[in-house]
Ligand binder design. Structure first.
Ligand SMILES: [Zn+2]
Length: 397
């Protein structure tokens, strides 16, 4: 009984500390009296926990507050640069690394290409070298680093730290956490890229107020994260939301996942660009086509660009309609590379998704663009090491 009591006490204190930190992160500075009023905790409880957080270097006393008489209260301030976190986004095209503070401000960012995934150890070593350099450049000590959050384009077992499978990288059953620990000593967290992005949107972005949503990452593949009542839904085998591999075309193109006709083979950014390249073969330099140049051509009224775009949107739309019919979410949040071209994407998508049907009409589900844009995934990854410090509940179902 005694043991249970002690654990309970610790949990309460821990949760009170989180409440104080969260409040101060939002309000930046408050007196203990103000915190006591807002949080409904006694002044001694606030004082005890605040002192612990000051000793941890997360808060500081600074300045004197207003007083209506008597002793003037001390102001307690939040220190956003007390701790730091790394986010790493690994995709088939590039590796990107960011260093953030507790406010999720990106203080440094590095990326590299030329990736050979048959030698994942070498890639992990390069990531660790970059991180060490970033810490040296910003004069950040190891003890101030909360950890490293990885975003990966595949299914993961986040508890065991294993990348289960990432067909686009040709990687299966990689004990990533263990391997990376050999190069960089800090707590390591891993997450699927779309789940990381959904977590980023839920914590920092558009989804803070949205409770039921599907985050769609449309880049070189298509990933999705499902949020139900503010919790990330991952399913029994942690692969819920693999919409990118639902069958769009029976007996369609062969996918690296072993199935045929997967949605992402028809609606990824890569497909859009390769179809446009193929259509231009005779008249232009196909290799110079980028997403930016494609949308430039579209804006200039290029009829081939328009044709490819319309076909592409039909595929993208069909998948989204299937998701709406399956989950009936409040919101579909579109992120990833395609979300940078909101002005082209959103009006066309709205029109196509809500063509008259028996089930839903415009307004039943809102189609919105990620506010964190191309940073949703990596910011979500960098938030993973902060969970224990700043978040009240595990947001995973
Ligand atoms: Zn597939």
């Amino acid at each position: 009984m005694f043991t249970t009591y002690t654990i309970d006490q610790e949990m309460i204190r821990d949760s009170n500390q989180k409440k104080i930190l969260q409040l101060l992160q939002k309000r930046r500075e408050l007196t203990k009296q103000e915190m006591s009023q807002i949080l409904g905790l006694s002044i001694p409880t606030i004082a005890t926990n605040t002192n612990i957080l000051i000793a941890e270097g997360l808060l500081e006393e600074g300045g004197i507050g207003d007083s209506s008489g008597g002793r003037k209260p001390v102001i307690i301030k939040f220190l956003p640069n007390a701790r730091f976190s790394f986010g790493v986004d690994i995709s088939s095209q590039r590796v990107r690394i960011i260093l953030t503070n507790l406010d999720s401000e990106i203080l440094a960012s590095v990326e590299f290409i030329d990736l050979d995934f048959t030698n994942i150890e070498l890639i992990l070593q390069r990531i660790a070298d970059h991180m060490t350099q970033m810490m040296m450049d910003l004069k950040i000590e190891s003890k101030a680093v909360l950890g490293v959050g990885f975003s990966l384009p595949g299914t993961v077992d986040e508890e065991l730290g294993i990348l289960e499978m990432a067909p686009s990288l040709g990687l299966y059953k990689v004990p990533l956490q263990k391997q990376f620990q050999a190069y960089f000593s800090a707590p390591i967290y891993i997450e699927n890229e779309a789940n990381a992005a959904a977590f980023g949107e839920l914590t920092l972005g558009i989804a803070q107020q949205m409770k039921n949503l599907v985050y769609l990452s449309v880049t070189h593949g298509i990933g999705a994260g499902i949020v139900i009542k503010g919790h990330l839904y991952k399913g029994k085998n942690k692969r819920a939301g693999e919409f990118g591999h639902m069958t769009l075309i029976p007996n369609g193109k062969q996918c690296k996942c072993g199935r045929n006709g997967c949605w992402e083979l028809y609606a990824s950014v890569q497909t859009l660009l390769s179809r446009y390249r193929a259509s231009l073969k005779a008249e232009s330099l196909p290799t110079s086509i980028t997403l930016k140049s494609f949308f430039n051509d579209l804006a200039m009224g290029n009829s081939m660009a328009r044709k490819v775009w319309d076909e592409y949107l039909d595929y993208l739309t069909t998948g989204i309609q299937n998701i709406i019919l399956t989950l009936d979410p409040h919101y579909i949040v579109v992120g990833g590379d395609i979300s940078l071209y909101e002005d082209y994407l959103l009006p066309d998508l709205q029109k196509k998704i809500f063509t008259p049907n028996a089930f839903y009409e415009e307004g039943d589900t809102s189609i919105v663009i990620s506010t964190l844009k191309e940073n949703a995934t990596i910011l979500g990854a960098s938030l993973l090491p902060m969970k224990n410090l700043l978040f009240q509940n595990e947001s995973i179902l």
